[in-house]
Design a protein around this ligand. Structure first.
Ligand code: ZN
Ligand code: ZN
Ligand code: ZN
Ligand code: ZN
Length: 350
């Protein structure tokens, strides 16, 4: 037990930390969408047994002044109430106070209350509401500690932040949408964590896998392709180098062809053979190569995405493009419309 100021806090044990980490992952996988900042409101709305209720709606409903609302709530921020043995919860949160609503503190408050619910605090304490005066100090502050730990894990997922340039507290604030004071503390902790990342850590691995597509989502400045690509500087669609920028977009203009898990096409585009789930890369009917690869034999790349016209690593053509399974990114009609350089000067008329 440590004494911090007047507050007493019981340290969360390492075992318990690991349990909380698992619950954070499970919550993300079940109810969240992998993007940053985490859409915490949407995530909670996806949980059918939790109802989100604003202070302003309560004030309207009970026709009471703001001050009275705060007195009844016993907190300016937020609180979670368990509804008897129904297994249902209500999370009430302050959407009126400008200091809370506009500082992103409201997002932390929501994540914190969600922590109380997911970590079963009401059940453990045997109460409907985690009142300060309803619990002994030790339990109260311990539950607070756990809920804050849950909030920091779910709002600031370290392994996902690795995919972005984080050089200051401000970067964390922008990417995770947390308050100024919170982002300072989180930046400090992120740096410590980053200085000895363990590549075998189960939790970090799960978080990284969860955010993988979000981290490596890119858009090409030249051909507008939206792709998921971790390695290589070439755009797999138009073949240009250094034209890819991270962008949170979902519109895949150049869809992937359907493949089995081993990246072999489910249907041969040449002869329409659908029995492709057999050993080997080639179509047993027409001999077409059904696994997209780089045409450059010296290239270190392995299998390419099924929509790749070019190899992201060396920029050479892919087998699918070279064999005419994929069309060029610039359609012939577009090419016809594009005006060659110097066309203006050749015009014989004024
Ligand atoms: Zn709390
Ligand atoms: Zn491109
Ligand atoms: Zn075939
Ligand atoms: Zn290559």
């Amino acid at each position: 037990m440590t004494i911090t100021g007047r507050k007493m806090t019981l340290e969360i044990s390492n075992n318990r930390r690991n349990e909380i980490k698992q619950m954070v992952c499970d919550t993300l996988v079940m109810y969240g969408t992998p993007s940053l900042p985490l859409k915490i409101g949407n995530l909670i709305r996806n949980i059918k047994y939790i109802k989100l209720i604003t202070y302003s709606s309560q004030i309207k409903k009970h026709r009471i002044p703001y001050e009275e609302m705060i007195l009844t709530a016993e907190t300016k921020d937020s609180y979670a109430v368990r509804q008897g043995s129904t297994g249902k919860f209500c999370i009430y949160y302050n959407d009126i106070d400008k200091n809370i609503a506009t500082s992103n503190r409201v997002r932390w408050n929501l994540a914190h209350e969600l922590g109380h619910v997911i970590l079963n605090h009401h059940e453990i304490a045997g109460t409907e509401k985690l009142y300060r005066r309803g619990l002994d100090d030790e339990s109260y502050y311990y539950f607070e500690e756990e809920a804050d730990y849950f909030a920091q894990l779910i709002l600031v997922p370290h392994a996902a932040l690795l995919g972005f340039r984080i050089n200051s507290a401000k970067d964390i604030r922008t990417l995770c949408k947390i308050s100024d004071p919170a982002s300072k503390r989180r930046f400090y902790e992120f740096q410590i964590w980053k200085s000895h990342v363990n590549p075998e850590d189960e939790y970090d691995k799960r978080i990284f896998a969860y955010y993988y597509e979000f981290i490596f989502k890119k858009k090409c400045k030249i051909c507008d392709a939206v792709i998921i690509q971790r390695r290589g500087k070439h755009c797999p669609i138009c073949g240009f180098k250094n034209t890819l920028e991270w962008r949170d977009e979902d519109d895949m203009k150049y869809p992937l062809l359907r493949t089995h898990e081993n990246q072999k096409l489910t249907e041969c585009p040449k002869c329409k053979n659908e029995e492709t789930e057999i050993n080997g890369n080639y179509c047993q009917i027409c001999g077409a190569n059904l696994v997209n690869q780089c045409t450059n034999f010296a290239c270190e790349s392995r299998i390419l995405p099924s929509n790749a016209r070019y190899c992201p690593i060396c920029g050479e053509k892919s087998i699918f493009f070279a064999n005419g399974i994929l069309s060029a990114w610039r359609q012939p009609s577009d090419a016809f419309l594009s005006i060659p350089d110097g066309f203006d000067e050749e015009l014989p008329f004024n």
